[in-house]
Design a binder for this molecule. Structure first.
Ligand code: SF4
Ligand code: SF4
Length: 210
């Protein structure tokens, strides 16, 4: 799919997210998320690349941050912990339950998350939120890592130029030291196609895992 097509789909889901927030019907959104997690077992984490409202918001925040010189290089070591998404998920569920039962209010956690994702991305690369702070990334990582199909690098075409690494929003690409060729970690890949579009060797395709 073209970049324009993907951006169009992201915009439609962002509008749907806004509408559901406005109507106070976030159960539908959680349903979309649940179905997407299950489908990630077959097609990879397309939710992150096409559906998640935080992804386009973070892309805009990152662009703005680079423009005004706020963006820092690298990620803070203290936050690079794999248990963090689970901790954020626990805090989020806890806040919803306490808000409802103790105070009789619906805390708009999903909207708060969108705001937080933008705030973090104004300072750090969006990889930080995608990998370590998003409360859904624990489930999505488990499903994405077992996906039947995902983006893959064909080592016989790759020249190790790293162009794909520079555009990957989730930090899913690394260079294998033994071969000096790129490899994609399906557990974190959003299936967004940014890497395939920039690769000068057309070495990246979407195909069966294994
Ligand atoms: S952009 Fe293409 S050729 Fe360059 S490292 Fe990535 S996969 Fe290899
Ligand atoms: S590896 Fe490619 S498809 Fe996957 S998230 Fe990175 S840029 Fe997108």
């Amino acid at each position: 799919m073209s970049k324009k097509g993907r951006k169009g789909i992201q915009f439609i889901f962002l509008a749907l997210f806004g509408l559901l927030i406005w109507k106070g019907n976030m159960g539908i959104w959680l349903g979309i998320l649940g179905v997407s997690v299950v489908m990630s077992l077959f097609f990879g984490r397309f939710y992150c690349g096409y559906i998640c409202p935080m992804s386009p918001v973070m892309t805009w925040a990152e662009k703005l941050s680079r423009k005004i010189g706020l963006q820092r290089k690298g990620l803070p070591n203290i936050l690079e912990k794999d248990f963090l998404p689970w901790l954020v998920l626990t805090l989020m569920v806890g806040a919803v339950l306490i808000g409802k039962r103790a105070f009789g209010i619906n805390i708009p956690v999903l909207l708060i998350l969108v705001g937080l994702s933008a705030m973090f991305t104004l300072v750090y690369n969006q990889e930080l939120f995608h990998r370590y702070l998003c409360p859904y990334s624990g489930f999505l990582k488990l499903a994405g890592g077992r996906a039947g199909k995902s983006k893959k690098v064909d080592a016989q075409f790759c020249n190790g130029c790293r162009s794909c690494m520079a555009v990957c929003p989730s930090g899913s690409i690394s260079i294998r030291p033994e071969t000096k060729r790129a490899v994609i970690d399906a557990a974190h890949c959003h299936q967004c196609t940014e890497c395939a579009e920039i690769c000068p060797k057309d070495a990246i395709t979407y195909r069966k895992a294994g």
